[in-house]
Design a protein. Structure first.
Length: 511
């Protein structure tokens, strides 16, 4: 078990790294930052040569893989962190310092357990991308196919384990500070993040996720999932179909190639809704570095390490919430929050609906660029506090992905209205899942399944109550209480014999 002093030391070191790279400068200058926090930020940079331009990506990279994941999410939200910070954080998506090829080659050889020449005719030693947990090399298989080979960075598992251990410790300290911190459930949140990470570090799981997602996205032909080469994939190496496209982060190249950027944005939003609402299985790491534009205004996705799942009941709630916000039906949105247990029952539904209206109405009909996202988030946080709403860790991946998708869609089309883009899909899905036709179909299916189970039910009843045999039924016997004396059946037999003797003697006297 790691000592508390070790955790404190790591946190202080991470704060120092952020300060040295100028990443805390905005906190220092923000008038809304509490004075003690500003003082800590100034102390953290004492004696350091802070660059004039903050180097956010370098700071997150120096802290480690877990921090890089956070930086990748922030890179999609220039409206929250600023254009300069978001542009710098884009380097975290696939422009990290690569591991020497000799190290990668040794890792591949150890993972495959056979010479690489039997699997690939050529592997390019210079990686085409280096991300937080892996790097990717272009290769040609022995049968002549162009593929991408993703290799786990050696030692990354230990780095993640140490960081998450400290995150958990810090979360426990935070929960102990106040009831408000406990309401946010930071420990459960970090534990959820830990499970995401463990899945992401297993490339066979990632390959299976890509295969499952490809099956679900057949209804969206403009959203492409590359094929997995199972024969050349292990727990630490994954081989996947090569994708030739332009990254969605390269807007000038997209414009020069003549892509329909608003069309790409709508395709992305629709694909996400298809995954999250219709299928309940979604790509949870859809930042610009993982998305490519293909000829025909299609989009291809890569990196399937983090995937999210939502059960049907939660998806129905989610769809109704989105549709209620789109149409301004705040009463229904409030009712769903109470039905789902997101808001404690002792609060008033009408009051909650009014609070939602105060947040939603100013935003309806506006493109994202005209929305005050910071003000909206502040209002939403106030609602969660006023109505005692606790954090829902099972929805964190969905919330994170929605933030990413919104950021990418906005970078493609600043004038996009996400409500309008989502409305047709959500309306049609609700009609298909909750309309009268769907209710009748669900009832017919349930009744038919019940009928098919009747024969088995009859067989189980017969097994429990078999038909009588050739002997006549036994006569009913009066129930008699049995007493156990002295804890042994030997004494019970003596007592029974004594009782029978007494009954016989009494009968003889009466004659």
């Amino acid at each position: 078990m790691t000592a508390s002093t070790t955790h404190v030391w790591r946190l202080l070191k991470w704060g120092r790294i952020l300060a040295r790279h100028g990443a805390l400068r905005g906190i220092e200058r923000d008038p809304n930052t509490p004075a003690p926090v500003r003082r800590l930020a100034r102390i953290a940079r004492l004696g350091a040569r802070v660059p004039e331009v903050p180097r956010y990506a370098d700071a997150f990279q120096a802290i480690g893989p877990a921090a890089i994941k956070l930086g990748q999410t922030l890179a999609t939200r220039p409206d929250l962190v600023g254009e300069d910070a978001a542009h710098d954080l884009l380097r975290l998506q696939d422009q990290l310092s690569p591991v020497p090829y000799a190290t990668i080659e040794a890792a591949m050889l150890a993972s495959f357990g056979k010479p690489l020449e039997t699997l690939f005719s050529r592997i390019e030693p210079i990686p085409v991308g280096a991300a937080s947990i892996a790097q990717v090399h272009r290769a040609v298989t022995t049968d002549g196919r162009q593929v991408a080979v993703k290799v786990l960075r050696p030692g990354v598992e230990d780095d993640f384990a140490r960081a998450i251990d400290t995150y958990s410790w810090a979360a426990a300290q935070l929960e102990a500070l106040s009831p408000e911190a406990m309401r946010l459930r930071p420990r459960l949140t970090i534990e959820t993040f830990k499970r995401w990470t463990l899945r992401e570090l297993n490339f066979r799981r990632e390959a299976a996720s890509a295969s499952e997602l490809a099956e679900g996205m057949t209804a969206e032909p403009d959203f492409v999932i590359p094929a997995i080469d199972w024969a050349r994939s292990t727990n630490k190496v994954m081989t996947i179909e090569w994708i030739d496209g332009i990254k969605l982060s390269d807007r000038p190249a997209l414009v020069a190639a003549g892509y329909d950027l608003p069309g790409l944005a709508n395709t992305l939003v629709r694909a996400f809704l298809r995954q999250a609402i219709a299928d309940g299985f979604f790509h949870a790491d859809m930042h610009q570095g993982n998305l490519f534009a293909l000829p025909g205004n299609r989009i291809a996705a890569i990196d399937f390490g983090i995937m999210g799942r939502i059960d049907r009941r939660a998806r129905v709630w989610l769809a109704e919430i989105l549709y209620g916000l789109i149409t301004g039906n705040y009463k229904r949105v409030a009712e769903i929050h109470f039905e789902a247990g997101y808001v404690p029952a002792y609060h008033d539904v009408a009051e909650f609906a009014t609070a939602l209206r105060a947040v939603g109405e100013p935003m309806r009909g506006l493109p994202v660029k005209d929305m005050s996202i910071g003000m909206m988030l502040d209002s939403l946080f106030s609602i969660t506090r006023d109505f005692d709403m606790v954090t829902q860790p099972h929805l964190l991946l969905l919330q994170k992905t929605m933030v990413m998708v919104e950021g990418v869609a906005t970078s493609l089309n600043p004038d996009i209205n996400l409500w309008e883009a989502a409305e047709p899909f959500v309306r049609d899905w609700i009609r298909g899942e909750l309309g009268p036709e769907a209710m009748i179909a669900d009832r017919l299916i349930a009744d038919f399944q019940t009928l098919t189970r009747l024969p088995e039910l009859v067989r189980r009843i017969e097994a429990h109550y078999p038909a009588p045999g050739g002997a006549p039924p036994t006569m009913p016997l009066r129930e008699i209480e049995v007493i156990r004396i002295g804890g042994g059946w030997r004494y019970m037999a003596v007592a029974l014999a004594t009782a029978l003797t007494s009954v016989g003697a009494t009968w003889l006297l009466l004659r």
